[in-house]
Design a protein around this ligand. Structure first.
Ligand SMILES: Cc1cc2nc3c(=O)[nH]c(=O)nc-3n(C[C@H](O)[C@H](O)[C@H](O)COP(=O)(O)OP(=O)(O)OC[C@H]3O[C@@H](n4cnc5c(N)ncnc54)[C@H](O)[C@@H]3O)c2cc1C
Length: 394
């Protein structure tokens, strides 16, 4: 049985980021194996995220903006100055190509095209069995393939699902300096639905039709809603579709375990790095993994001391999920009020989990209070029921 220092199960966003940070650290001489079934040579997703400082992948960003636009359900547009933050766009293919090229420069890194079947904890490490029958061992196994259980009844289990087209027009149409982060001025059909537009240049943009809801639509419904928007609302002149993107991101307060056992660590979506209230995962994954590698370098263990106070942000997310799930108040109005009645920087900081309690109280003061208080009560009840029924809880 071959032994490695670290095995990374799944070479997607989190797995590749972790391998990259490991090889750029003082741990670069450790042996690393990545197990991934795909070649990662297609542009299967585009990551949008905000941050203040330059990113590890700053040089390969596709676009970045200092302004964004929000359009409410009545069509009122608000231009938001990101106040030091930048809204950034990274294409999947650029990330995969850059990281795999960089990783090839380092010794002690192996990659196998295979799928993980099982991961078992042992007293001195963990054993991975693959679909092709390989048995491999490592001191630490990082797993980004674990599937979260999105069916547990005391949780909120919404999905963020979206379909998007990269469109190119014959004549200039888009404003390249002004992406539309959320446009709620479309039929809501009892859900939370919005369009976002990320302009690459005057003629090209990624336009996504997005929903926060409990179940997916049929594929042709996303297409017909997108076409309806492009033709009737946006009145996009003669255009062609260059690429299509479809995605589903869990918006769930399911209890996630980053450290399910001594030698197995879950990372990425599997480790709970997705913000349940927004679906954003990329930036948090970078923050978490950089910190994890630093801790591993310093202490020999990937486990950093947990700050329980930070778990309040998961509670806030559950409250918002409850408002959305129970349709207590139109999502369009909540998001519009949040950005209109607060300095936008406060909202970005809050969504990153960086605000103080005082700022959080100020934010709470700008949402419909009775509806949110009802949601707080409902969340507490669900947590009690989860505990009493033995359901996993954070
Ligand atoms: C289309 C799309 C767009 C998104 N856009 C954004 C965005 O704009 N901003 C943002 O913050 N987040 C976004 N996300 C959410 C999140 O950032 C991504 O899903 C991100 O890729 C999650 O990283 P991950 O490593 O957890 O999962 P993945 O990147 O999906 O990586 C998991 C890897 O595991 C591999 N795998 C699966 N099963 C096995 C197995 N049994 N054995 C071995 N390997 C296996 C898969 O092939 C995959 O490569 C988006 C998600 C999607 C799907």
């Amino acid at each position: 049985m071959k032994h490695f220092d670290y095995i990374i199960c799944g070479g997607g966003m989190a797995g590749l980021s972790l391998a990259y940070y490991l090889k750029k650290s003082r741990l670069k001489n450790k042996s690393v194996l990545i197990i991934e079934p795909q070649d990662k040579n297609t542009n299967d997703r585009t990551w949008a995220f905000w941050e203040k400082r330059p990113n590890t992948f700053e040089d390969i960003l596709y676009r970045k903006w200092g302004l964004v636009q929000l359009i409410d359900a009545n069509g009122n547009a608000q231009v938001i100055d990101m106040g030091g933050y930048q809204y950034k766009l990274l294409r999947g293919i650029d990330f995969y190509t850059f990281v795999t090229t960089e990783l090839r420069k380092y010794a002690g890194l192996e990659w196998i095209i295979d799928s993980v079947k099982t991961i078992k904890e042992e007293s001195d490490g963990a054993i991975v069995e693959t679909q092709n029958g390989k048995i491999l061992k490592a001191s630490l196994v990082f797993d980004s393939t674990f599937q979260l259980d999105l069916t547990l009844k005391h949780n909120h289990n919404l999905l963020q699902h979206f379909k998007g087209y990269v469109v190119k027009t014959k004549t200039p149409f888009f404003d390249p300096v002004l992406p539309v982060m959320m446009n709620f001025n479309i039929e809501q059909k009892g859900d939370c639905r919005f369009i976002y537009i990320l302009p690459f240049d005057k003629n090209t943009a990624l336009i996504e039709y997005t929903l926060f809801s409990e179940s997916l639509l049929a594929q042709d419904e996303y297409d017909s809603e997108l076409r309806k928007y492009l033709v009737h609302q946006l009145q996009l002149p003669d255009y062609q579709i260059l690429e299509k993107e479809f995605g589903v991101i869990p918006m769930s307060d399911v209890a996630t375990e980053e450290f399910p056992s001594e030698h197995i660590i879950r990372i990425g979506t599997a480790g709970g790095y997705t913000n349940p209230a927004t679906g954003y995962t990329f930036q948090n994954t970078q923050r978490k993994l950089q910190k994890m590698v630093e801790t591993l370098e310093r202490t020999g263990s990937p486990k950093a001391k947990k700050n329980w106070f930070e778990s309040r942000f998961r509670f806030y997310a559950s409250v918002l999920l409850n408002v959305l799930e129970q349709k207590r108040h139109p999502a369009a109005d909540i998001f519009s009020k949040l950005y209109r009645k607060n300095p936008p920087v406060r909202v970005f900081r809050f969504l990153d989990g960086d605000t103080t309690m005082w700022e959080e109280l100020q934010l709470m003061n700008t949402v419909p209070k009775t509806k949110f208080l009802a949601a707080v009560g409902a969340v507490i009840m669900r947590k009690i029921k989860a505990r009493l029924s033995g359901q996993p809880h954070p």
